[in-house]
Design a protein around this ligand. Structure first.
Ligand code: FAD
Length: 522
């Protein structure tokens, strides 16, 4: 039977290494590539303008690539549970394909869509391609538990073997017997939204440094892979949080939206490494991709992973509620230029370096302001182009010493840390131009500059730039004691043992939620 298919793009906004799309084209006479735009979905309500812009760019690029295959993208507004039954009937759909997504919100959504498809006699095919490995399989290999250390993850994935190789994008040849029925009103009915239609104000945008889309992702990947020596020598701790142009790849937004396949990235690195001496995980670029895998596994295997309460591996801490401190942090008004410069870069450009994330996350939580990591997670989710549910939750828990990392007595100084890689404060001057006339001696601590220096620099602390909201030396010591008290209350097993999916902890086949549903159907 020749199928009429919908391929549902969610993440995975690409044609290369898209096994679900390729599966859609098998025995297919008609294909409808669909993106469901649901601004009210829980994973979309808190998204800032830069991220919407990136998504629109990625969708335009996808549509452009589909046109080259004589097809088009259909952007449908609404929520998937309401949209799909209508589309199934309207287009007489017999098959729905998509990429497997392990986020709790997506699993719930997909479960409902599978149920609806079943009711309409629509076959479902989904494929794993957002991660290097099938995350369910990693958990299964670990006796139904998410590994809580990187080493353990490495052992598990080595036993599984290398990730699958990416598959090529479909060609016109693959599409020669497949049609996409498009009407003249396609643009009107299924065109890509504008920022205005999403109630966003384009006036508030600054220069777009990282345009969305698969073409741009591949261009950036190729550009990095040409720097063979840099790739082989890459050691994450040696990269700089405050260089004026990024010292790491900035491929993260492209992987979050799936414009770039992580397996394509992995195997491109393998090709560059071939026959050469190169750095190793956890600090190498392969190592970075394994961190991604680590947090995806934790996100799937640990209940309530984005919360403190109900999260069995997260240390319970009596964080303060302090809306003034939180706003000062989020709006770059802490009075610590290094912290404020990072938060300004984040708001304007949508990306900051990993160690810059360390600095501001530690400052907000256990270092200085004693505000819950969940608040920081929310702000990052809004402002980061690469905002990713599992990675964001996992890294915030790490930095706040709530889970995974326990050396809470090691606190980043908002003054000394940035100086290590930028003595002159050029990064601060770029993002906080009102401080640009400050001499290097005072740029990290402008409140220490004599009044005459402040006047000469044209920026008076307390008037043109805030005084520091806390006294770091004092507060950080007090917070270490509070953290010590929180640790003293932990049960001896928390954080050492991850919760088991199966009670007895025996090795078992852990089918994905969707596997279970589809098996039931058969
Ligand atoms: P590179 O150093 O070039 O690394 C290549 C890729 O490896 C990245 O694109 C990313 O996919 C992966 N990677 C690198 N570091 C990590 C890490 N620590 N954890 C997981 N994957 C990693 N990353 C996100 O993609 N989305 C988030 O929402 C996110 N939130 C974070 C929140 C905090 C508090 C912290 C400390 C880190 C967070 N990270 C997040 C992880 C990391 O900072 C970014 O992935 C990285 O800085 C992206 O830049 P890059 O692409 O140049 O990284």
């Amino acid at each position: 039977m020749a199928h009429t298919c919908i391929h549902w793009f969610r993440k995975g906004l690409r044609l290369h290494d898209n096994p679900a799309l390729v599966a859609a084209l098998r025995d297919c006479k008609e294909i409808y590539p669909v993106f469901v735009l649901d601004p009210c979905a829980p994973n979309n309500v808190n998204i800032g303008i830069n991220r919407w812009k990136f998504l629109i760019g990625a969708l335009k690029d996808l549509d452009c690539s589909l046109r080259k295959l004589n097809s088009r993208l259909f952007v449908v507004r609404g929520n998937p549970e309401e949209v799909f039954p209508k589309l199934f009937q309207k287009w007489k759909v017999t098959r729905l394909t998509y990429e497997y997504d392990t986020e709790p919100f997506s699993l719930r959504r997909d479960k409902e869509v599978v149920r609806l498809a079943e009711a309409h006699g629509v076959e479902i095919i989904y494929k794993v391609s957002h991660t290097l490995y099938n995350i369910d399989r990693i958990i299964e290999e670990n006796n139904g538990k998410a590994p809580l250390t990187y080493n353990r993850l490495q052992t598990l994935v080595s036993s599984i073997g290398p990730p699958k190789r990416p598959i090529p994008a479909p060609t016109s040849d693959d599409m020669k017997d497949v049609k996409t029925p498009c009407s003249e009103k396609h643009e009107e009915n299924y065109g890509i939204s504008t920022l205005e239609k999403l109630y966003q104000d384009p006036e508030s945008l600054t220069e777009e440094l990282f345009p969305g889309g698969e073409q741009e992702a591949m261009r950036r990947l190729d550009q990095h892979m040409e720097r063979k020596e840099w790739v082989c020598d890459f050691e994450k701790p040696q990269t700089s949080p405050n260089s004026l142009s990024p010292s790491t790849t900035v491929l993260s937004p492209y992987m979050t939206f799936g414009c770039l396949s992580v397996r394509t990235f992995w195997w491109s690195l393998t090709d560059v490494y071939q026959g050469k001496k190169h750095s190793q995980p956890p600090v190498s670029l392969h190592g970075q991709l394994l961190w991604r895998e680590f947090f995806y596994t934790a996100g799937l295997g640990i209940p309530n992973f984005d919360k403190m309460e109900g999260n069995p591996v997260c240390t319970q801490v009596d964080w303060d509620s302090n809306s003034e401190y939180l706003a000062a942090w989020a709006e770059a008004r802490t009075g610590f230029p290094f912290i404020d410069a990072i938060m300004t870069q984040l708001r304007q450009e949508g990306w900051i370096h990993h160690l810059a994330r360390h600095a501001v996350a530690c400052f907000l939580t256990r270092g200085d302001l004693w505000i819950s990591w969940e608040e920081g997670q929310r702000v990052f989710e809004e402002l980061l182009l690469d905002g990713d549910w599992s990675l964001n939750a996992g890294n915030w828990q790490w930095l706040s010493a709530s889970t995974f990392f326990h050396q809470f007595f090691r606190v980043y100084s908002p003054i000394a840390f940035g100086k290590k890689t930028d003595k002159n404060g050029d990064y601060i001057k770029k993002y906080l131009p009102h401080l640009k006339k400050y001499p290097a001696q005072y740029i990290y601590e402008p409140w220490k500059a004599p009044r005459s220096v402040q006047e000469a620099a044209g920026c008076i602390v307390g008037k043109d730039y805030p005084r520091p909201i806390v006294e770091h030396e004092v507060i950080s010591k007090k917070n270490i004691q509070r953290m010590k008290a929180a640790y003293a209350k932990r049960s001896p097993h928390s954080s050492d043992e991850s919760p088991s999916k199966n009670e007895k902890g025996r090795k078992h086949k852990a089918p994905s939620v969707l596997d279970m549903l589809i098996k039931k159907k058969k």
